[in-house]
Design a protein around this ligand. Structure first.
Ligand SMILES: [Zn+2]
Length: 394
């Protein structure tokens, strides 16, 4: 029987706060803020436009009071909905069964945040040689919408951390790369006409269909010709259309069609390049044909999600530190996105390592095992030891 992990109480409290992305996350953020501010952390909140959601960036200064440099421990506070899922217990009333804590977010990623908040309460009295930052974001699950504001604020304050660990569930194994995730909405405006006179109209659905086939061809091209990275389960860049609506009736040339597409680029493949190809095809090949019939016709794009891929720097001190603490040299690259790419893009060497199994995330009866929580605590203790020392982190 494993000893009860010290972070279990915090994890239970966090799971008990319903932070489904469609809700406010302020209940959790305020509880974390009060705890950390009470301990003496420097607190910075960044809010969304409505004020109902916030990121929390908290810093424990080094022994001479500096906030610059150090390591970020980062997690998102929101969770995916439980709608339509068959849970064996109330997802927001955490329950212990068979050495596991069950509840929405137990694994993704309140176990990690719980471990961070518990750790904050017992930092060494002699102080740290480098600062420790805790970064808690909102709206990760709906496309990493919260973290960019928090990271911009971190940069504006010149904090310049030396490394960041994103504690998404990896069963405490270092993950050094993931794909980028990009979502766009495309609106095609045609020109309506009686369907017996199709030459008088511009069919929004037909032009949307041609664009969708272009996206499919792009995707096939990546699959056939690469670039490839065999460390990924699906070793090429993928693209697909997931949603479409349009048209009025069988006998009307449709005026309107809208669809949503996504692509997941390998870290070395430029998302702007992919979007650029799609946009160029629309504006250069399709729109002139549409305009020949009606100048009011057109195609517009709107980006809904743009979350960069991650390719960690193996030579970075933070990578060496995480590999040493996790006792793991294997290269792991995953298909799911995280906020790690955003930190890396902001110049902070970042990788992913956290408690829990990604296979149980987002599902009914999500759980984190006490063993994983304990392993996370031991790992974070190692991070603190490294922050206590002068000299290189790794
Ligand atoms: Zn997550």
């Amino acid at each position: 029987m494993t000893q009860t992990p010290r972070s279990l109480d915090w994890t239970r409290r966090l799971v008990g706060i319903d932070t489904t992305s469609r809700n406010s996350n302020l209940g959790l953020i305020e509880e974390a803020r009060d705890h950390l501010a009470g301990l003496g952390f420097e607190i910075a909140l960044t809010r969304d436009a409505s004020g109902a959601k916030a990121n929390l960036f908290a810093t424990w200064p080094d022994r001479s009071g500096r906030l610059k440099g150090g390591v970020v421990l980062s997690g998102h506070t929101d969770v995916v909905p439980v709608d339509g899922q068959a849970w064996s217990s109330d997802p927001f009333k955490p329950e212990m069964r068979d050495g596991r804590l069950y509840g929405r977010g137990a694994c993704d990623m309140k176990g990690f945040i719980g471990a961070c908040l518990e750790l904050a309460g017992r930092l060494p009295s002699g102080g740290l040689a480098r600062p420790l930052h805790l970064a808690l974001s909102y709206d990760e699950e709906v496309g990493c919408l919260g973290a960019p504001g928090m990271i911009a604020e971190m940069r504006a304050r010149g904090l310049d951390p030396e490394g960041c660990i994103v504690g998404e569930p990896t069963s405490m194994a270092p993950v050094t790369a993931h794909k980028g995730f990009n979502v766009y909405r495309c609106t095609v405006r045609g020109c309506p006409a009686h369907s017996s006179l199709p030459q008088k109209g511009v069919s929004a659905i037909e032009y949307a269909a041609r664009l969708i086939l272009f996206i499919r061809d792009l995707s096939n091209g990546f699959r056939e010709r690469g670039p490839f990275d065999d460390a990924f389960d699906t070793p090429w860049t993928t693209a697909s259309v997931g949603k479409i609506e349009g048209g009025t009736a069988a006998n009307i040339v449709p005026e309107f069609c809208r669809f949503v597409f996504e692509f997941r680029n390998l870290p070395g493949v430029s998302p702007d390049g992919i979007y650029g190809a799609i946009e160029r095809y629309a504006q250069q090949s399709l729109v002139p044909e549409m305009h020949a019939v009606s100048p009011k016709a057109g195609i517009e794009f709107e980006q809904l999600v743009g979350s960069p891929g991650l390719e960690a720097d193996e030579a970075a001190e933070i990578t060496r530190l995480v590999r040493r603490l996790a006792r793991e040299d294997k290269v792991r690259k995953v298909g799911y996105g995280t906020e790690a790419g955003l930190f890396q893009e902001a110049g902070v060497p970042t990788l992913v390592c956290g408690p829990g199994d990604i296979q149980v995330a987002h599902r009914a009866d999500e759980f984190v095992s006490l063993e994983q929580l304990a392993a996370c605590e031991a790992f974070l203790d190692g991070v603190i030891e490294a922050l206590q020392r002068d000299g290189p982190l790794g």
